[in-house]
Design a protein around this ligand. Structure first.
Ligand code: NAD
Length: 333
């Protein structure tokens, strides 16, 4: 059985997903949702999607009557995920939602609740959760090969271009670099350390107040504390290139990945040597695995469900609170 997916929001990342899905064995594109008629026509022709399976943002609720579609993959600007995911769930379709799942934990919780009520699954597009070298580090940590984990460092950033893009508009992005790229270090800290952090401290710096307006963070450093005593130190920025590095340190070993979360190939090493598992397009692995999760109730090594998305949003909320107050914040369970 193949998971039949409607892609929503035919922008840059959706293009990448669509191309990668051409190599999937268990997932295929059977529907399109876009506000731009010309894109529906062009993508419809490229991916052989009949007109009856093409929707816009006004009429996509009628997807509920379409038996060709099992799931909607929401790939729109961050602040729209909440509405788009909830409407998809109410239409009886499983939801795959891009990161960040929403722009705060309260909205994320509503999405989790709506999907539960509709009896559909909610998954977040965390592609690294299926990346072989990343999973090898997780395996080593779980097997005790790194000993007791003491420290994680996550560096996530790039220099953002066009000042007029939605990523720099608080209303559509929900924040700045933290929402977009810093979330990789947040999520990475959790799957690398293998625990849920309980506190956070954070410091925000801004060098360009024209480009990065009120509520749009340029650079945030944050520290996470875990129940075991392990700590994480992370940097999120829209103002530095070549910043994509994870480092995990335990009493018996270490692992480092650089690049850690880019589109690949990932590179890295541990105290035992190079990490050299072959590269496969992340979105191909992700969508095949998500088909298994949705259709066969497969349980992935690192979860990608709505609760996983929600945990990251609770940490994001706490980081913004820590920046605003200058004090250490508790992260609610
Ligand atoms: P993009 O700007 O290239 O595409 C966004 C799409 O949403 C466009 O087609 C745009 O037309 C559409 N859209 C619908 N309503 C809109 C509105 N009101 N305002 C603006 N655009 C609207 O952005 P993108 O890079 O494709 O990012 C989309 C989502 O995917 C974001 O949530 C982003 O965080 C996520 N993303 C994830 C990854 C990943 O590796 N998992 C990578 C890139 C982006």
């Amino acid at each position: 059985q193949v998971l039949r997916v409607a892609l929503m929001g035919l922008g840059g990342y959706a293009s990448r997903v669509a191309k990668a899905m051409q190599s999937c064995k268990r997932a295929k594109i059977t529907g399109l949702i876009s506000g731009t008629p010309a894109k529906l026509k062009e993508w419809g022709a490229t991916y052989n999607i009949p007109e009856r399976n093409r929707y816009n943002y006004e009429n996509f609720d009628t997807i509920k009557d379409n038996p060709d579609i099992d799931a909607v993959y929401v790939i729109t600007p961050n602040a729209l995920h909440h509405e788009h995911a909830i409407r998809s769930a109410r239409a009886g379709k499983h939801v795959i939602c891009e990161k960040p799942m929403a722009i705060n934990a309260a909205e994320g919780q509503e999405m989790v609740d709506a999907c539960a009520k509709a009896g559909v699954k909610l998954l977040v597009g965390y592609r690294m959760h299926f990346e072989p070298n990343t999973l090898e580090v997780v395996r080593m940590r779980q097997a005790g090969e790194l000993g007791q984990i003491m420290f994680f460092q996550g560096l996530s950033g790039f220099r953002i271009g066009d000042p007029n893009q939605w990523r720099l508009d608080k209303a559509l992005a929900g924040g700045g670099a933290l929402m977009d790229i810093g979330i990789y270090s947040i999520n990475g800290a959790r799957y690398m350390v293998g625990e849920e952090p309980v506190w956070v401290t954070a410091q925000e710096t801004k060098t360009d107040t024209t480009k990065f307006k009120e509520g749009v963070d340029e650079t945030i450093q944050f520290q996470l504390g875990f129940p075991s005593g392990a700590v994480a130190s992370c940097l999120s920025t829209y103002n530095m290139n070549y910043l994509d590095r994870f480092f995990l340190n335990g009493t018996k070993g270490f692992a480092e990945l650089q690049p850690a979360t880019g589109y690949g190939p990932t590179k890295g090493r541990t105290n035992k040597g190079e990490l050299s598992l072959p590269h496969v397009m992340h979105q191909t692995l992700q969508m095949d695995a998500m088909a298994g999760i949705i259709l066969d109730n497969d349980v992935p090594t690192v979860s990608v469900d709505g609760q996983e998305g929600l945990k990251d949003l609770k940490i994001i909320d706490a980081i913004y609170r820590a920046c605003a107050t200058g004090t250490r914040q508790h992260i609610p369970a």
